[in-house]
Design a protein around this ligand. Structure first.
Ligand code: PLP
Length: 356
């Protein structure tokens, strides 16, 4: 298929696997659509973009990503609109962020137009995999890793970029009990916390497991140096409402992942007349607000769940209950609004939707 600017060679599957998938029972990230986008960076440039049948990769045992972790990813979703159109929420932001991650990890940036045109062509081909059932979507996972077959430590000279997609149901539908983590850290100033780098997620698994043993579903990360400042909630950005003010940790801090969902939430909240503060958020002010009942709302914001209500916050062995979910104004309203926005059910006034 030839697009205006990117020439993508397409090899189609002989027979779709879609009939083997039970769309009434979709565990997250277990099933994959028929095709994948694939492209290699060799000899200093990205070569021949292709779409091929979804298949295993064959890798040299010395593939450098496996040894030294030059590996980054993105996550976004495609929805089916009311009239059958495929809608993708702000993919240009993912393309940009992907390249910010690439730069931080000394990897080869992917031209944004190839990222976006590759995505468009892939979704066009696999559009039947975008379910129109309520709550379901096609999760899109672009990723890149270093492919030099060399066990020496240096930036790889070769990379592989792929986009795979997976039909999914609703994620985190239940409100989540979280623990404010004061021992382990996700990111340190000057580190790679702002990048969607594979190793960041590996590092979070052990502390998350320990918290799960205490009954918490997620961690609220604090700063690496003092543990006095709130950073993120698991793999989502975290937003609080205290005394009618929307408060979230500032992205000026390079330990915070620049979330697209959070950015969208803040923009809409401002338009709805909320006062919004992006600044340092202390653990102390959150605990204070929980104690004196001025904390009205707390939620995680991220592509997977859109909005995940926080049901309870644990800190230093004490569990603090939050207001009843149905009494929370911003998170409920914004969740519905962004869900409708992604489905094309409200006017696309910010031009956030890519349509296929
Ligand atoms: C991906 C991610 C987010 C959320 O970003 P979105 O663009 O909203 O999906 C937040 N925090 C971390 C650590 C993440 O990896």
């Amino acid at each position: 298929m030839a697009t205006d600017t990117v020439n993508i060679k397409i090899t189609r599957v002989e027979e779709s696997r879609i009939s083997t998938v039970d769309f009434n029972n979709l565990p997250f990230g277990k099933f994959f659509s028929d095709h994948m986008f694939e492209m290699d960076f060799v000899d200093g440039e990205w070569q021949a973009p292709t779409i091929v049948p979804f298949a295993n990769l064959s890798l040299h045992p010395a593939t450098s990503a496996i040894h030294y972790g030059q590996s980054i990813f993105e996550g976004l979703k495609a929805q089916k609109g009311e009239d059958g159109e495929i809608l993708v929420f702000r993919p240009d932001m993912n393309a940009k962020r992907f390249n910010e991650s690439a730069v931080r990890m000394s990897m080869a940036p992917v031209p944004e137009e190839i990222f976006l045109e590759g995505l468009r062509a892939l979704l066009d081909l696999d559009k039947d995999w975008v379910s129109s059932n309520e709550g379901q979507s096609l999760y899109i996972r672009p990723f890149m890793f270093a492919t030099d077959d060399y066990v020496g430590i240096r930036p790889s000279e070769r990379y592989k970029f792929l986009i795979i997609t997976s039909p999914v149901g609703a994620y985190y539908s239940e409100p989540v009990p979280v623990k404010i983590e004061t021992k382990y850290t996700r990111a340190a100033a000057g580190g790679v916390g702002r990048a969607k780098a594979a190793g960041n997620y590996a590092a979070s698994l052990y502390p998350a497991k320990l918290a799960a043993e205490e009954g918490y579903r997620q961690l609220i990360w604090t700063d690496a140096k003092t543990h006095k400042y709130i950073e993120e909630a698991g793999t989502m950005n975290v937003v609080f409402v205290i005394n009618d003010v929307v408060i979230t940790p500032s992205e000026a801090n390079d330990t915070i992942l620049k979330g697209i969902t959070k950015k969208s939430v803040l923009q809409i909240a401002k338009e709805w007349g909320y006062k919004v503060e992006e600044r340092d958020v202390t653990v102390e002010e959150i605990i204070e607000a929980l104690k004196n009942k001025t904390l009205q709302d707390a939620f995680g914001a991220g592509t997977a769940a859109t909005i995940a209500h926080i049901s309870l916050i644990g800190y230093e062995g004490v569990n603090y209950e939050l207001p009843k979910i149905e009494d929370r104004e911003l998170s409920n309203r914004i969740k519905d609004h962004i869900t409708d926005y992604k489905k094309g059910r409200v006017e696309d006034k910010y031009n956030w939707l890519m349509r296929i």
